[in-house]
Write a protein that binds this ligand. Structure first.
Ligand code: SF4
Length: 70
């Protein structure tokens, strides 16, 4: 049982991306770029880059904080 169903899915077919089976997160899907998927091919490269930059920045801030506490 699923908690969400896409209004664009009709009998397994995607009506948002013509001629494609529903594959949540695929390119053209309404979910593409809005969520992070375990299958990295479904993740927006820009969003993934932004996430990695944010993680690097957080890590840098943590290192600075720790070095000033000594
Ligand atoms: S591929 Fe995405 S937009 Fe298309 S039906 Fe599935 S969930 Fe909806």
């Amino acid at each position: 049982m699923s908690g969400w169903s896409c209004p664009n899915e009709v009998k397994g077919q995607c009506e948002h991306v013509a001629g494609q089976k529903c594959d949540p997160g695929m390119k053209g899907c309404v979910l593409f770029g809005k969520f992070r998927f375990a299958n990295t091919e479904k993740n927006s490269p820009r969003r993934e880059r932004e996430r990695q930059e944010a993680m690097a920045s957080d890590s840098e801030q943590l290192m600075k904080t720790r070095s000033t506490q000594k």
